[in-house]
Ligand binder design. Sequence first.
Ligand SMILES: [Zn+2]
Length: 163
Amino acid sequence: MKGFLGIDKVILPRKIALDGHRFLRLVGERYSEGIALWAGYAEGTTFVVTHLLIPGQTGVRSDEGVCAVIDGPELRRIGMELYKANRQLIAQIHSHPTEAYHSDTDDEFAIVTIMGGLSLVVPDFAVRPFDLVEYATYRLSEQGIWTEMHPRDVAKLIEIVEG
Ligand SMILES: [Zn+2]
């Protein structure tokens, strides 16, 4: 299996989920999209999320809406930090003003590029309390296509644990 395609369980501490959601809501109050990252390590077919990373980012408004941009040096800094800590990115989480879906821009500029990696999109600038069911969850296929997952499969894959 390549990348994280073999991962069939992602252990996600509730605190990391809530902190990321709260960040997205905060930037959403300024009508900006935000992006956060989940990092951790793989152990067999399980991935354990250990860190929430909030990259330095700029909210940009354009004709097509709003998006969060992370520049090259910041991406390299994050890559180095992960390397030193022996951690990998499993997922990116970003917010949209309204509907949660993976746009063409999201496909093209995804930060997570590993097969089997995840991209979660949060609707309505995360105004409501965290609920994974509201997130649209996509997984990068072996063919390099971001494919939306059925909520039932998401619930099976991502296990939220206390802590
Ligand atoms: Zn997007």
